[in-house]
Design a protein around this ligand. Structure first.
Ligand SMILES: Nc1ncnc2c1ncn2[C@@H]1O[C@H](COP(=O)(O)OP(=O)(O)OP(=O)(O)O)[C@@H](O)[C@H]1O
Ligand SMILES: [Mg+2]
Length: 629
């Protein structure tokens, strides 16, 4: 975050067009599903119709067998007047029946194809819509999180969740749930159709379904931890990779490519192992065996029934029943991967929800104090630490009147940047308070507060967009003239003009095409365009040549005009024109006063400048005597 003058959709201010139930992963997915509730009947009717019409095939084939075997029997026994009477044969009515059955088959399977299409299209629509909605929800939630959250959450892990886990949710619906629901109906049909032939023929299918459910439950229970691990190892793999690429300059300059590759390999291996374990679980999938048993026992059963006098089971029923048992093939086969797909999808849903639900420990206070800032800043006994155990700032107190410039000086790690972050509530104090115009910053409406405070960070972040868009980031409606005016003020107009496409030059990722000083001036322009009442310039980087320094210097002086300015700097030239200087040391305030006062009264302060710029100190005090070497 380079400049913290935020657009309208600021921290926590994002309003969603709908609310989802975030109490558990199941409820959360369901609440997403219900948004598109009208698709449910399409999927269910499609699945049920498909299963029923699939059962029609063995039924009709059985009928055809029946017709043929009847004709064969009558030809063999030489029915009187059969072959000779009217020139027709016993085969003719059988053929007529078969042709009628063939037409029925074509008609029923055409309808089935349409229903199947409905089921597939419905599930696909669910999957795609859910993916879109969840991505949307996650993105909005991430933008709304506090800096404490983002400071602790690795970017790569967030990326893995935002891309792959969201994608898994889509796949959970299609093919996952699509096949689970579709094949679910196939489990019921054989028992029903079998029962219609003979009540006893419901026994084998029912036993199969019961043992299938038990086997599947055990399978899924063993699979769940394995799929969760697969998702987690993938997240680790990704976050490490993202970090290595993000820090590629460091990796290369330290010649650590080999070590990074080794780490990547180790992570890739962990991911592969998790996937292999998942494969092992899948290999131990019992229902395939159960299906073989069901077909064998079922066939034996129906054949035995056919031999019982008075059972009414004929050859066509044997054929049909065997066909019905074949319907189990679909659920058995797809359950091998469809359930693990659903299991993966749920693991992903849990991971995404966990990210969304993680607390954001800053509250937006949208109903809070909302006024135009005049510019008085007061720190009263402030204590703050990034983790509660080790405070970075202790008992910090000082005051700045409206329009004044305060310089914060101190050694690296003294807590200067941290102090600045408390003013716009990037973080909240642990004790004491920070007030702006006499009102505790926690009582301000967060959005109102931040819109009037701009922070120019030490290493300003630039987006991979055009220069003009970068300048207008906090103020997207700014005209080109306004953008140029801000750039002129920030002493950036000159170098921008010299860029290949001027203000339309697109900046490479992380501003690699601009120098540190140029980036800083762009950031100043970006701050100026929002016309903030309080401006914080974190300029403690000092590795800049003197010509650039001079330009930044002028830019900052102009920027400070007419607004309260907090200047974090080592540059004596800047400190000189500050109204107040706050000297920080190890997180506490060592001295507060004007530069010349401090030089006269505060030996440690004097020592800082002797080291930094001995000549300057001499200029100010008029003598070099008595200064420690
Ligand atoms: N996001 C963070 N999480 C945890 N600790 C942090 C974080 N940022 C800074 N710190 C710690 O807080 C202390 C003060 O850091 P800070 O960045 O405020 O120093 P600084 O005075 O701005 O230093 P510099 O002059 O080098 O910019 C340091 O010890 C640092 O390690
Ligand atoms: Mg700093």
């Amino acid at each position: 975050m380079a400049v913290v003058a935020q657009p309208a959709t600021t921290e926590f201010a994002l309003t969603r067009p709908y609310r989802t139930d975030r109490r558990s992963a199941g409820r959360w997915v369901l609440s997403h599903v219900l948004r598109h509730g009208w698709l449910i009947p399409i999927v269910l009717v499609g699945a049920l119709g498909n299963a029923v019409l699939a059962g029609v095939v063995p039924k009709l084939v059985g009928e055809a067998y029946g017709a043929l075997s009847g004709a064969a029997a009558s030809t063999a026994s030489g029915v009187p007047g059969g072959a000779s009477a009217g020139g027709g044969s016993a085969w003719d009515p059988a053929m007529a029946t078969i042709i009628r059955l063939a037409w029925l088959l074509i008609a029923s399977q055409t309808v089935r194809a349409v229903l199947q299409l409905g089921r597939n299209a419905g599930s696909e629509a669910f999957g795609q819509r859910l993916e879109r909605d969840v991505r949307d929800e996650l993105y909005a939630s991430l933008l709304g999180k506090s800096m404490t959250f983002h400071g602790r959450q690795p970017v790569g892990d967030t990326m893995a969740r935002a891309t792959n886990d969201v994608r898994e949710l889509n796949l959970m619906f299609n093919p996952g749930l699509n096949l689970v629901i579709g094949s679910g109906f196939f489990l019921v049909m054989p028992a029903l159709f079998g029962y219609a032939i003979h009540p006893q023929l419901a026994i084998v299918p029912t036993l199969f379904v019961l043992s299938y459910i038990l086997a599947l439950r055990a399978y899924l229970r063993q699979l769940a931890p394995v799929t969760r691990e697969a998702r987690e190892t993938f997240g680790r793999l990704n976050s490490r990779l993202a970090e290595a690429i993000d820090g590629i300059e460091v990796v290369k300059s330290a010649a650590q490519e080999g070590a990074e590759v080794a780490r990547f390999t180790a992570n890739a291996r962990a991911y592969r192992d998790a996937i292999v374990r998942q494969g092992e679980q899948e290999a131990r999938f019992l229902p395939l065996l159960l299906m073989g048993l069901a077909v064998t026992f079922g066939f034996a059963h129906v054949a035995w029934l056919a031999r019982q006098p008075g059972s009414g089971v004929a050859i066509k029923d044997i054929v049909a029943y065997t066909g019905y048992l074949g319907l189990f093939g679909f659920p058995t086969f797809v359950s091998l991967f469809a359930y693990s797909q659903v299991s993966l999808g749920m693991a992903s849903a849990r991971r995404i929800l966990e990210l969304i639900n993680r607390s954001t420990d800053l509250d937006q206070n949208s109903g809070g104090h909302a006024a135009d800032i005049v510019g008085a800043i007061v720190f009263e006994g402030v204590r703050f630490g990034y983790d509660a155990a080790s405070p970075v700032l202790r008992d910090v107190s000082f005051r700045v009147a409206p329009g004044q410039t305060v310089a914060i000086v101190g050694q690296t790690g003294a807590g200067k940047t941290t102090l600045a972050r408390l003013i716009n509530r990037t973080y909240d104090v642990d004790a004491g308070r920070v007030t702006v115009d006499g009102v505790d910053v926690r009582e301000w409406s967060l959005e109102r507060l931040r819109r009037q405070i701009a922070i120019i960070e030490q290493a300003p972040f630039l987006f991979s967009r055009s220069v003009a868009e970068n300048i207008a980031f906090g103020c997207p409606d700014a005209t080109r003239a306004e953008i140029e005016a801000a750039a002129r003020e920030a002493q950036a107009h000159g170098f921008i003009e010299r860029l290949p496409e001027g203000y339309d030059t697109v900046i490479g990722e992380r501003g690699v095409t601009l120098s540190g000083g140029q980036r800083q001036r762009l950031a100043i322009a970006r701050a100026l365009i929002t016309d903030p009442r309080i401006l914080v310039l974190d300029d403690s980087t000092s590795a800049i040549d003197s010509a650039t320094e001079d330009r930044i210097q002028r830019a900052m002086r102009r920027a400070a005009r007419g607004r309260t300015t907090v200047l974090i700097t080592h540059r004596l030239s800047q400190i000189r024109w500050a109204d107040v200087v706050v000297v920080l040391r190890g997180g506490t305030v060592e001295a507060v006063g004007r530069h010349d006062e401090l030089l006269a009264t505060c030996p440690p302060y004097r020592r800082i400048f002797v080291r930094l710029a001995p000549g300057d100190v001499d200029d100010v005090t008029g003598d070099g005597a008595g200064v420690a070497p």
